[in-house]
Write a protein that binds this ligand. Structure first.
Ligand code: SF4
Length: 360
């Protein structure tokens, strides 16, 4: 595994709303931001975030992506939502991500300037967990996965490890699950494109958090990821956490049939094999997500990354209608079948013990 230094995000400014400033966890976030040398920390007079918009879309994007907002999650944002196929429930420690991936899935789900909002009322956010224990449609209702417990996905609206050096929220959640505060039959899950796991390695995690790393073939990651840790760093971090006894996982996403994709994804799986070699008691899972977009996410991504080379032509895709009437564009059936067949066979051949939790 190559040498690397963990990749950190350093915002230019931190905005703290008045209500957030009253929360004990905000004090910890501010301590971390000061220690990280954030040049501008602003205590706002009210709860409205101001100063995020620039004169152009470009400036607004740049200002928002370099700002950490510390806010209070309202009850509507705290209510756990079902999040199939990943987990029984979604719990958000934050909303927004500082990285610059040109396919970012958040473009379709979050509106407004892409600022990262860290939730200061962490105890209230995590306080939603007990009411959902034993309920859910993904692991709780599955005869083959019920042993995982009730699952809570922490990375639906953010990359929790990417902002962890500035918030400490993820380590708090992991340690709380590890302490048995929510019993034995619970599992937190997160996925990340970052690699600084130093605050997680030594935690008493109790095996109740599955740390997944979002990885991709070099031609995709090198071209379309931005501001994240290199894939080699993510795999090194996966190894560190696996050696520390964490259940770990691969999120291979978004899969794209780039030229010579079998070779490119084969090289990625070779690197995964090297990263997990010799880990005692390895508990590794895989999730695979093919690239998709919606009309809305395409418009947002093209406004953020006007020169992107990302292929987002509706005419080259198959339109799928969701339960709620929205349209998403996925690869045509024969392309999907080719990708799925290859990944399923390669995973089974290389990692027979690794379950593929879902393919989508
Ligand atoms: S790391 Fe994930 S959430 Fe962040 S910009 Fe990239 S795709 Fe979006």
């Amino acid at each position: 595994m190559s040498d690397h230094r963990p990749r950190h995000w350093s915002p230019r400014r931190v905005l703290v709303t008045r209500s957030a400033a009253e929360q004990p966890h905000a004090t910890e976030i501010l301590r971390r931001c000061e220690a990280a040398g954030v040049p501008e920390i602003v205590l706002l007079p009210g709860d409205r975030l101001t100063g995020l918009r620039g004169d152009t879309d470009r400036e607004t994007y740049a200002r928002a992506k370099s700002t950490l907002a510390v806010v209070v999650a309202p009850p509507s944002a705290r209510r756990p939502q079902p999040i199939p196929p990943s987990a029984d429930w979604r719990i958000d420690l934050a909303r927004g991500c500082p990285a610059h991936c040109q396919y970012c899935y958040l473009a379709g789900s979050l509106t407004g300037p892409p600022v990262t909002r860290a939730y200061a009322n962490l105890d209230e956010v995590l306080g939603e967990i007990p009411a959902k224990l034993g309920q859910g449609t993904v692991t709780s209702a599955s005869p083959t996965r019920a042993h995982e417990g009730t699952t809570f996905e922490l990375s639906c609206y953010t990359d929790p490890l990417g902002i962890e050096p500035l918030t400490g929220s993820l380590a708090t959640a992991v340690a709380r699950a590890g302490s048995g505060a929510w019993g034995n039959d619970v599992q937190l899950r997160f996925t990340t494109k970052y690699d600084d796991v130093s605050d997680l390695v030594g935690l008493d995690h109790g095996g109740r958090t599955r740390a997944r790393f979002s990885v991709n073939a070099a031609p995709v990651a090198e071209r379309f990821d931005g501001g994240t840790a290199p894939v080699a760093g993510r795999l090194a971090a996966l190894r560190r956490l696996a050696l520390a006894g964490y259940p770990v996982g691969l999120t291979i996403a978004p899969v794209m049939p780039v030229p010579d994709w079998q070779q490119a994804y084969g090289a990625l799986l070779d690197d995964v094999g090297a990263a997990v070699e010799g880990v005692p008691g390895l508990d590794l899972t895989a999730e695979i997500i093919t690239h998709r977009f919606t009309p809305g996410s395409r418009d947002v991504l093209l406004s953020w990354y006007p020169r992107t080379k990302l292929e987002m032509e509706a005419r080259d895709r198959t339109a799928k209608r969701s339960k709620f009437g929205g349209i998403k564009y996925v690869y045509p059936r024969e392309v999907m079948a080719g990708l799925r067949g290859w990944f399923t066979a390669e995973l089974a051949a290389r990692f027979p013990e690794v379950p593929l939790l879902y393919w989508t």
